[in-house]
Write a protein that binds this ligand. Structure first.
Ligand SMILES: *Cc1c(COP(=O)(O)O)cnc(C)c1O
Length: 372
């Protein structure tokens, strides 16, 4: 099956008792045993498993072409389960522009338990040089945030293979519609379902997918079920509903983003546009070889300082000033303020999550906001 068909059918079960075409939300926390004491439905207690969560996990495992998935209550809970599954004393290599929430999780919660080096992944030599005997995980995030840097997944896989190191790829920005980490050799894929999967900025969630079921995956399943950071049945329903239109939404998002990137790149007030689809982007060729399309996140710097960038931000009407991404509405934010005082993000940089509004309306809004 192709991805549009998987997105619509693999997360749904027609209800046998009512004939409901859309799988109902099963709110019951507990499930009846038969006379022999077994659970004929396979469900016992909803922290352990739930019909809506099972459908979501089946759907996302198929979308990523993996063998199994574990759904969590947030992207950070999903990423955190990978860190928690590592033996104490393990070493992680992560990108120096890793999603700031996961970086904060490692640095605050896992301090003293795990060690980590943050490396520039565009320099493969320095990734290689960071490997220690206790390195167990290389965390990949591509394209990254907010400079849209592109990591060569295959090259990182080749480095990791020699040393028996796990590779987990945060595929939130690209989604399986545009990037297939398992086909490039990754072991685990992670998503914040809060973003493009949900797609409407109204549900929080995260999910991990594995290429093969092994002991490490068994540990992650135990962390999900026993630590219990599981999504509610309603949240699972919402994410499944969002994913049905994911392939079509992603095409619209990417087409709009490409037009906006080209428009900004030729505007006299813009210093630089960060979008992997532009030929002058340093990661363009790698992105072209490992992605199907270039996604819908982009950043740009306005000539001048933070005030000039904020001036543009505050004149926009259709782009909402808010963090996060992946919803149908366009969002824009002054990224340095979100990341705090130790940020390396340029102060004149604005990050955009390009939505699905009509492109002419978005371009007109940008044009009026950039007029001096
Ligand atoms: C949002 C995000 C996360 C964290 O997900 P939450 O659902 O907010 O916990 C992780 N990685 C990336 C790339 C993200 O954008």
């Amino acid at each position: 099956m192709n991805i549009e068909t998987i997105a619509i059918h693999e997360g749904n079960k027609i209800d046998q008792s009512t004939g409901a075409v859309i799988q109902p939300i099963t709110l019951s926390t507990t499930f009846e045993r038969d006379h022999s004491g077994d659970f004929p439905s396979g469900f016992a207690y909803t922290r352990a498993d739930n019909p809506n969560r099972k459908s979501l996990e089946n759907l996302v495992a198929k979308l990523e072409n993996g063998t199994d998935a574990c759904a969590f209550s947030s992207g950070n809970a999903a990423g955190g389960a990978v860190f928690q599954a590592l033996e104490p004393g393990s070493h992680i290599i992560a990108p120096n522009d890793m999603y700031h929430g996961l970086r904060a999780l490692i640095n605050t919660v896992y301090v003293g338990v795990l060690t980590v080096d943050y490396i520039d992944f565009s320099d493969l030599e320095s990734v290689n040089a960071a490997i220690k005997p206790e390195t167990r995980l290389i965390w990949v995030e591509t394209p990254s945030n907010p400079l849209l840097k592109v990591t060569d997944i295959k090259a990182i896989v080749n480095i990791a293979r020699e040393h028996n190191i796990l590779i987990c790829c945060d595929n939130t920005f690209a989604t399986p519609v545009f990037q297939r980490p398992f086909e490039l050799g990754a072991d685990l894929v992670m998503h914040s379902s809060t973003k493009y999967f949900g797609g409407h900025s109204d549900v929080l969630g995260g999910i991990l997918i594995t290429r093969t079921k092994n002991d490490f995956w068994e540990k992650i399943r135990n962390i999900q079920v026993l630590a219990g950071a599981v999504p509610s049945p309603f949240d699972c329903y919402m994410i499944i509903r969002g994913i049905k239109t994911l392939p079509y939404r992603m095409r619209g998002h990417a087409a709009n983003a490409h037009r906006i990137a080209n428009y900004l790149a030729s505007h006299s007030r813009i210093e630089r546009v960060y979008y992997p689809g532009l030929p002058d982007h340093p990661g363009h060729n790698i992105a072209k070889s490992q992605m199907i399309q270039f996604g819908a996140m982009l950043s740009f710097t306005v000539k001048g300082d933070s005030e000039d960038a904020r001036g543009v931000l505050n004149k926009l009407h259709l782009f909402t000033r808010a963090t996060s991404l992946g919803g149908v509405e366009s969002l824009i934010e002054h990224r340095a303020s979100v990341e705090g005082p130790d940020t390396k993000t340029p102060f004149n940089l604005l990050r955009v999550s390009v939505g699905l509004e009509n492109i002419e309306d978005l371009l007109a809004d940008l044009a009026q906001a950039l007029k001096i």
